[in-house]
Design a protein around this ligand. Structure first.
Ligand code: HEC
Ligand code: HEC
Length: 340
């Protein structure tokens, strides 16, 4: 090739590349006020498309992924219950109870790690877990794929989303993860106060609560950023007094320092997702504040960032009022019609 041809070739190539980058940017779901688009994690091999969102939403609500056709993702992450289940621990197939509380799926697209112990690196990996968890959906990946493959009505949706009708567990996971990336919450009173300087958005009590959250109560030692989480793992002592305590992050890393440490949860839409903590052991936000006020539950591995706060009753109420200002303005969706 002549130099000039090579030059033009490169120019066209780089233009095409930057154009496709722009498109990739555009394909990010539109974000509500307060959420940072740069924080949204979208794997390169699973771009967001309308077709994949549609398929993923159906699969999210489809109990036929489970062994006996009774449990879907939405059973435990119900849009009408803040994409959680409002129970201390979840109930899977045959009424079996797990030992951890279902976190909300809201804004999980921003999580560096999924699960309370961070054992899944992505929403794609996460979605495969419950399908074959014996006490959640109780199926095998092959079983779930066979069930979905047998449903004629799904074929055009897989074709639209992935180019052909093939059903694989990876495609199921990719579609569900893509739908989850649209489950977003923002534009809360706090967002409007901070980003729109809307002085009327938050009550005076909530404003004092925000000041405490960032100051005397030291909550921002761990709950930072637009989702109020540092995405790290800490031991607050919750559940550590049980005979066989859940050792949390330790189960993943095997490191002594991680014993009893759990992922700092996102603090949005808390009013819809009680009870709180990894084991659902704390019923109300007022009780959460009491736990922090006494510096957590003493145990060998308590995080050094935890210390008694000596908050007054008014300060405790203000902190609760602040947390109540973190409710997003989204409307719960209903299950779509499922393919037959
Ligand atoms: C039987 C109830 C149940 C079902 C069914 C279920 N989940 Fe969960 N989910 C949970 C529980 C409990 C956890 C926390 C488990 C842990 O941390 O070990 C969780 C964790 C998650 C998380 C991690 C969120 C975070 O902040 O770390 C996501 C995302 C999620 N589930 C999505 C799904 C999807 C998608 C499906 C369907 C394929 C599904 N779940 C099915 C109960 C359930
Ligand atoms: C040392 C880090 C750290 C500090 C400081 C901290 N948190 Fe947390 N927070 C966490 C972790 C980790 C969890 C989950 C712990 C568990 O489940 O065992 C959590 C859980 C919560 C929950 C429950 C959320 C849910 O969905 O279950 C609320 C509410 C909360 N924190 C509010 C606060 C407030 C208010 C403050 C300040 C008074 C604060 N946190 C200070 C790390 C921290």
């Amino acid at each position: 090739m002549k130099k000039a041809t090579v030059f033009i070739f490169c120019l066209v190539l780089s233009l095409t590349c930057s154009l496709s980058n722009l498109l990739a940017e555009d394909q990010k779901p539109a974000l509500p006020l307060g959420l940072d688009p740069d924080g949204l994690i979208i794997p390169e091999d699973n771009p967001v498309t309308e077709e994949k969102i549609e398929l993923g939403k159906m699969l999210y609500f489809d109990a036929r992924l489970s062994k006996d056709g009774t449990v879907s993702c939405a059973t435990c992450h119900d849009p009408h219950k803040g994409f959680s289940d409002q129970a201390p621990v979840s109930t899977g197939i045959n009424g079996q109870k797990g030992d951890r509380s279902a976190p909300s799926v809201i804004n999980s697209a921003f999580n560096y790690f999924q699960f309370w112990d961070g054992r899944a690196p992505s929403l794609e990996e996460q979605a495969k877990g419950p399908v074959e968890n014996p006490i959640e959906m109780g199926n095998t990946h092959e079983g779930a794929v066979d069930n979905i493959r047998a449903i004629e009505g799904y074929k055009p949706y897989f074709k639209a989303a992935f180019g052909d009708e093939e059903v694989t567990i990876d495609r199921i996971a990719k579609a569900i993860a893509t739908y989850e990336r649209t489950v977003l919450s923002g534009n809360s009173a706090w967002d409007r106060y901070v980003y729109l300087n809307d002085e009327t958005a938050m009550s005076e009590s909530a404003k004092r609560g925000l000041e405490l959250f960032e100051g005397k109560a030291k909550c921002t030692r761990c709950h930072v950023g637009f989702n109020l989480s540092d995405s790290l793992f800490h031991n607050l002592g919750v559940g550590m007094n049980k005979e066989n305590p859940d050792l949390g992050r330790f189960k993943v890393t095997g490191e002594e320092k991680d014993k009893g440490a759990f992922k700092t949860p996102i603090l949005r839409d808390l009013l819809k997702t009680a009870p709180y903590m990894h084991d659902g052991s704390v019923a109300t936000l007022a009780e959460v504040v009491e736990l922090y006020d006494k510096g957590g539950e003493a145990n060998e591995w308590l995080d050094v960032k935890m210390e008694p706060l000596n908050l007054s009753d008014q300060e405790k109420a203000d902190l609760v009022a602040f947390m109540e200002s973190l409710e997003g303005d989204w409307e719960p969706v209903d299950a779509p019609a499922l393919p037959q």
